[in-house]
Design a protein around this ligand. Structure first.
Ligand code: NAP
Length: 547
């Protein structure tokens, strides 16, 4: 049993001296002590316990108000706090009911820092609409949020849950559960796609939600998809509002701001869009090989030098006009121009079983959910760059992956095809998925050979789908912007849509769908918007747009 304030923590550093300096600056905002209690298992000293110790040691080195005590699961405090799993980390247990089952590593490191700051400053960045929803909750809520260290969407949802638990500690308790450390709980709750949130044992959300939607889901105990704030909501004025924080939106932000336009970026999900979940990017000029999430972090850091980013906010409506109003789940923006850079969403297979087993073996994000399938057999459906990149990633982390493609050859870059062949990843060609079946979890997949029209069944624990993307045109459609026959936002050569003052950039308007082309489209659109503001096209006789 360990019962000490100075547990035996390995001495190697896991953060650079530059990162330490940054963290020290961040933690200097703390005003109140935060006590952590780590429960470990005296019998099994697993890697997650060690990782938790290491992270906490690094944090304590730069955050003097954070204290740690460690006890074994057989200690009386384990009984007092009803702790049965190691590692379990309790945050300020005398005041809050927040616990972490696992180690706050990888993407979850950010969440851990946010949690300490919330409790150590007692300042919550909760919006007024969220506070109003939380005030309505009059009975206890126990949140179970499943996350993984490789999931870029998870910190957003974890921060939502932390804010709820820190705001109403008497009513709301929170367990953040790392699915890699606690496979048993993940299996018990069929949490095979993260983040996924339960409250009072009811599923309330799959994926990351804007803050207000999470609070509303928590209040109603079922997933909410729409949230309209009160009319007395805050108002933000800007020259340009960019909707979407992917490569196109972020690049447009940098260019427009450098042109002198007061610019804001609104992002409802993960900054970086699809890039955030791309395991490895190999063709972005200047960066020969970079994990997608790292590239996103570089882009976001750069963009933040110029623009204000409003994360976790969903645009609900746009009212075009001389002054354009953009209404989000939290506030109202007034702008002279709006850039739609909403990117694209995963294309679905649209076969029986796909929806039913979503999060129960069917996944669209190998970086998020791949670790759950280590040692298991999965199919990766698709024959493009994404399917091959993700199949390589899955094989790398120990998943038994087979590619299934409807044609007789891949349509990916030669370089990737060679890597897949060299890695001996099996591929079934001329084959389509007909149905996904299982019993609570995916167990088998019915496939059809396109040449022979024969149907067969293949056993699999998971189906990863990487068959391209559909442009996210909902908001463009809602305001009456023209859509091309292929489903993209129509725009002229200067990125003007058919609605005056509304522009587009990136995957939502089609093109080659590369990170570098999206960034290029964003730069073009920003320069075009700047020129139109200086010299409005609608004042000229030869108009570029149709409405
Ligand atoms: P993609 O290039 O559009 O390929 C989609 C694949 O899915 C194709 O093989 C397609 O088959 C197949 N497919 C489409 N609908 C299907 C259905 N209903 N059932 C079965 N199969 C279906 O999409 P992506 O691979 O996601 O790539 C998207 C964009 O990102 C591309 O421009 C790509 O170049 C880029 N990207 C680049 C990299 C890189 O450079 N390393 C990595 C990832 C993505 P068919 O061939 O029969 O149409």
């Amino acid at each position: 049993m360990r019962d000490t304030e100075n547990p035996g923590i390995p001495e190697q550093d896991i953060v650079s001296s530059q990162e330490k300096e940054q963290l020290a600056k961040i933690f200097s905002a703390m005003e109140y002590p935060v006590s952590l209690i780590l429960f470990s298992d005296s019998k099994v000293d697993n890697v997650f316990v060690q990782a938790a110790r290491m992270v906490i040691r690094e944090v304590r080195n730069v955050a003097p108000l954070v204290s740690l005590k460690e006890f074994g699961l057989d200690h009386e405090l384990a009984k007092k706090y009803n702790v049965t799993f190691a590692p379990t980390l309790l945050f300020g247990p005398e005041e809050y009911n927040i616990r972490w089952l696992g180690a706050p590593v990888g993407e979850e490191g950010r969440t851990f820092v946010e949690a300490l700051l919330m409790l150590g400053t007692k300042k919550l960045r909760l919006s007024d609409p969220s506070r109003k929803v939380l005030d309505k909750i009059d009975s206890p809520r126990n949140i179970k949020l499943f996350v993984s260290p490789t999931c870029p969407y998870c910190p957003q949802q974890a921060v939502n849950a932390l804010m709820a638990a820190a705001y109403s500690p008497q009513k709301i308790s929170l367990e953040i559960i790392d699915i890699q450390a606690n496979m048993f709980m993940a299996e018990k709750y069929s949490a095979h796609s993260v983040p996924v949130a339960f409250a009072n044992e009811k599923l309330i959300a799959r994926g990351a939600q804007p803050e207000e939607l999470f609070m509303a889901s928590l209040e109603k105990l079922e997933e909410q998809t729409f949230f309209i704030p009160d009319s007395d909501t805050e108002e933000v004025k800007a020259d340009l509002v960019i909707i979407g924080g992917g490569p196109a939106g972020l690049t447009a932000g940098i260019y427009s701001s450098r042109s002198g336009l007061n610019t804001v970026v609104i992002e409802k999900g993960a900054l970086g869009g699809q890039v955030a979940t791309t395991p490895m990017v190999e063709n972005y000029p200047g960066l020969a090989r970079v994990p997608g999430k790292t590239l996103v972090d570089i882009m976001v850091t750069h963009a933040l030098e110029y623009v204000t980013i409003f994360p976790s906010e969903e645009v609900m409506d746009i009212q075009p006009g001389k002054e354009i109003v953009v209404l989000t789940s939290r506030r109202r923006f007034k702008a002279r121009a709006v850039l739609i850079a909403t990117g694209a969403k995963y294309r679905r297979l649209s076969v029986p079983g796909e929806e039913r087993y979503g999060g129960r073996g069917v996944s669209y994000c190998s970086t998020c959910d791949g670790p759950l399938f280590q040692g298991k057999k999965v199919l990766m459906v698709g024959g493009g760059n994404s399917a091959l990149t993700e199949a390589l990633h899955l094989q790398n982390i120990g998943v038994d992956v087979t590619l299934v493609h409807r044609r007789d050859s891949f349509r990916a870059q030669e370089n990737l095809i060679q890597k897949v062949n060299a890695a001996n990843i099996p591929a079934i060609f001329n084959t389509e998925v007909v149905e996904i079946r299982g019993n609570g979890m995916v167990e088998e997949v019915e496939i059809r050979n396109n040449n022979t029209d024969t149907v067969s069944t293949i056993s699999a624990n998971g189906v990863f789908v990487a068959i391209g993307y559909e442009p996210t045109v909902d908001i463009a459609r809602k305001i009456g912007a023209d859509i091309t026959p292929d489903g993209f936002v129509w725009r002229d050569e200067r990125h003007r849509t058919s609605v005056r003052g509304i522009y587009s950039a990136g995957d939502v308007e089609g093109g080659y769908k590369q990170i570098v082309t999206a960034a290029g489209q964003g730069a073009e659109a920003a320069l075009s918007i700047f020129e139109d503001m200086v010299n409005p096209y609608w004042m000229k006789e030869t108009q570029g747009s149709k409405k």
